[in-house]
Design a protein around this ligand. Sequence first.
Ligand code: ADP
Ligand code: ZN
Ligand code: ZN
Length: 735
Amino acid sequence: MTALTVLEIALPTPLRRRFDYLPPADTVPEQLQPGQRVRVPFGPQRLVGLILRVKATSDIPLSQLRAAEALLDAEPLMPEDVWQLCLWAADYYQHPIGDALHTALPALLRQGEAAREKGEKYWRLTTEGKGLPEGALKRAPRQAELLAALQQRGQLNRADLTLLGIGSPAVKALADKQLIESTEQVFTPEESPEILGESPLPLNAEQQTALNQIPIGGFHISLLDGATGSGKTEVYLQAIARVLARGQQALVLVPEIGLTPQTLSRFQRRFRCTVVALHSGMNDRERLDAWVQARDGRARIIIGTRSAIFTPLANPGILIVDEEHDSSFKQQDGFRYSARDLAALRARRLNIPLILGSATPALESLHNARTGRYQYLRLAHRAGQAQAPTVHLQDIRRQPLDSGFSEETIGRIRRTLDRGNQVLVFLNRRGYAPTLECTECGWLAECHHCDTRMTLHQSPRHLHCHHCDHQRAVPRYCPSCHSTRLQPVGQGTERSEEALTRHFPGTRVLRVDRDSTRQKHAFHELLTEIHSGEPCILVGTQMLAKGHHFPDVTLVVILDADAGLFSTDFRGPEKMGQLLLQVAGRAGRAEKPGEVILQTHHRDHPLVRTLMERGYHPFAEMILSERRLTQLPPFRQMALIRAESKRPENAVAFLRHVRQLAEQYHPANHELGYLGPLPAMLEKRGDRFRYQLQVNAAQRKTLHGLLSRLAPELEQHPLAKRTRWSIDVDPQDMS
Ligand code: ADP
Ligand code: ZN
Ligand code: ZN
């Protein structure tokens, strides 16, 4: 009797379960390894899963096991380090393993596509075709021509056929007669022995010190804390050059909106090797090709957004996370991993260095640097000629404002334009106005599906809920008192654009937000116009804040600095400070000196004052000491268990049950605390009522231990089916 082989398989289902199958009929046990994909029957469906374990027994009676249908990979799909990273992350973030693995893979691999690059199609003669006597096919001159060309040249691709003027009917005819066949070939560019495409900039003293302290080889995390324009990217480039010289690869993570064509071309100009990007703007085939090139080592530099942390690397040498504080590195739904934190783990496993760079490091990272877990590298000055901008804190409490602009601000904008420079106006609210009000009775345009107001949009004119996407026509009369006195309240980018166009009729006003850039090339076109250098005014949301280099912008206006200051999310002030400095950092990035105007109602608020008068570090210090007092991250570990349902009592009852169960496993004490269930910041959204239970712990281990016991239990609970629930470990967004 031969030993039994059972495959334990991870499938993309929301269940925290592993599934047992028998191996595909045409395989032998020696072929089967963890990490390979298989196609399996699952109810009436076919799913692609990954083998987690090859084992000799199953808890399920043998007669009930179904057989997998096909083995899709001859080898494990990912290298061991990425495989382990996925398994670890699924466990740490309490996410079902099958779904976690699927999140980590390019879409085509999830669908069972072969893990190789799509080559170019070539046509060549079959044995039969080669044996054809000369002068055959006389009656079909096109086919004869193709035959002759193939006899002469061996193979032809689409471009060759076009040049020869041979159309597809002739190709199809020969293929049907089985005289020719197609093959696929991947073009591999020859590696240039010279790595550099342009000379590196001579580093200034700070940059040189930083570079010298980044070791090559060996695990090490450095926090590169440098103001915008201080030359962090130049340090990355030179650290990467060293890694490439050793024949290794570099993986660079950037925020979602940081991966601009500018960023990519800066890397491509510097290096002669293959640089690939991985981002959401690519189609599935392009993403898979980049993934394969990275895995096989043909791509030497990989630049990508969050999910690129799972890119396999043949020969990894360094990991870099740029703008490491950016919240887009944390996935906010499904598999809620933090790419930045996983980068630290991956670097440790691979025994290679990691650079975390930012002008406004996350408080967690500053804390890690302070406690010695990260090496701290500082670039305090702007590189090259650029100077730090001058900041004017403008008290707008008793000033008349015109659509949000003070007279002084308008005057400064005018002077800037007169000097031939560009202005950037920042307002993190799209639409025309945050809401519409009846001045007779006080009625406000509220969303019927959420606890929130609807935003008034002018082009096209409608009311729009930014939380649930519900849209309505703008009423002509107040629905409550029938008055016609309906007025927009507050400012959005459309309204700022309107006001600026009115004040500066001869100047181009370019609005950059999610609405104005919805069309495919719109953002790119706007950027091109900005880079032409003509005097203009940019008005926009945080899309303008990050990663861009606008050499002709010398004045940045922040219309409303106070949003975020009084947020109920404990990270509100930290994020506000980071965003303000990122925006301010757009001013005077080149030779021209820059100015920043910050309009505020809270000039004397200690956080605003500290940030603007003394800078980010004293500001961060202040928030950190508050967090220490209030026992919040990074001084405590936190997880959020969220639940939402159409009937509020279901979600609340579910979370009460969670808390009860949790307290059975671990009563509240100084090691572990519970808070809730409490309503979420937006209690009702899209007709669902939302609640959360906060769990905080002194030690990561304690928290993880508790959650690991809870998660499988919760899944079984009858109320779990009537609520949408999730666990968020190290939550970044408390809403
Ligand atoms: P960061 O990434 O910190 O925002 P960059 O590396 O983009 O900074 O540098 C900002 C500007 O300064 C760029 O135009 C860059 O070319 C220039 N720069 C960087 N390092 C130097 C240097 N050592 N000498 C001269 N110019 C530099
Ligand atoms: Zn009214
Ligand atoms: Zn809504």
